[in-house]
Design a binder for this molecule. Structure first.
Ligand code: 2AM
Ligand code: CA
Ligand code: CA
Ligand code: CA
Length: 267
């Protein structure tokens, strides 16, 4: 295993332990609101600190971007870690056992290493640039679906970007009527990991942040799939509008959502 992936795995497992332990005693968790429909807990912050400490100890000069701490500049700007300590906080707070730790390393702006860890199921998804994607050490691949018929797609609702509700519902309808079924499980990181593992055939969501998708993107690509923005370009990290799947499923999704994009989602 690449030494930097090894550090990422160690950090993800330590954060996962903090989260899983706290999930046993949810009544002791302190919940705050960061804004409308946007919760954060002391556990999100603790888990992020554990990850930062692990990375900083191994690589004191690297830069780290985390959802709760923001940007921690390091001397070496070639190496940037992008971390979401707890993806699926709403599930966590509600006692729904579906959330994950997500850690990615970018080298000179390119995704290089990725870990997504589900501490409840003990599922560790890993990827290294050019080396494929694994689940608990076993190689994973995206689904081989050739058309939308028979597929299950994961999605997320635009809970924050309510201005996109109508466009989203039109996209949802277009997908819902062509696929076998849809899932809204509440963790974008796990949605992407499940695309990589072929558990779902594709995924789309509006308005995500870089830490929601960085590790998942490398997993999908290393599992033989594709990730793009809503127009098929590569602006998804900036726009937060992301589609993922096998080459064929991605192409079908893009074709069917195109009529509903308007100007603001067309990137
Ligand atoms: P978070 O838990 O790290 O904030 C899925 O829609 C994504 O949006 C999740 O990865 C989640 O990341 C984020 N999110 C933030 N607020 C949410 C909410 N109220 N409901 C669902 N997802 C939310
Ligand atoms: Ca959050
Ligand atoms: Ca997140
Ligand atoms: Ca989070």
């Amino acid at each position: 295993m690449h030494p930097m992936l090894n550090i990422a795995v160690r950090a993800a497992r330590s954060a996962g332990n903090v989260i899983a332990r706290a999930f046993e005693q949810l009544d002791k968790v302190e919940v705050e609101s960061k804004g409308t429909n946007d919760l954060v807990t002391n556990i999100d912050k603790q888990a992020e600190q554990v990850i930062i400490d692990t990375i900083r100890k191994a690589y004191p000069n690297h830069s780290i971007v985390g959802e709760e701490h923001g940007i921690l500049e390091g001397e070496d700007t070639d190496y940037q870690w992008v971390i979401d300590p707890l993806d699926g906080t709403t599930n966590f707070v509600k006692g729904i056992p579906h959330f994950a730790v997500s850690i990615a390393l970018k080298v000179k702006g390119k995704l290089d290493q990725a870990v997504i860890f589900d501490p409840i199921r003990g599922e560790l998804f890993t990827a290294s640039r050019g080396k494929g994607a694994q689940l608990n050490g076993f190689r994973i691949r995206v689904s081989n679906a050739k058309e939308l018929s028979g597929t299950v797609l994961a999605t997320g609702f635009p809970f924050k970007k309510k201005q996109h509700t109508d466009a989203y519902l039109n996209m949802f309808k277009a997908m819902f009527t062509k696929t076998a079924d849809m899932r809204r499980a509440g963790s974008a990181a796990l949605d992407l990991a499940y695309v990589a593992a072929g558990r779902v055939d594709g995924f789309f969501e509006i308005g995500l942040k870089p830490w929601d998708t960085a590790a998942g993107e490398l997993l999908v690509v290393e599992a033989g799939g594709l990730v793009s923005d809503f127009a098929g370009g590569n602006n998804h990290a900036k726009s937060g509008n992301i589609v993922a799947g096998s080459t064929k499923v991605l192409r079908e999704i893009l074709k069917d959502i195109r009529p509903f994009l308007g100007d603001s989602l067309n990137k």
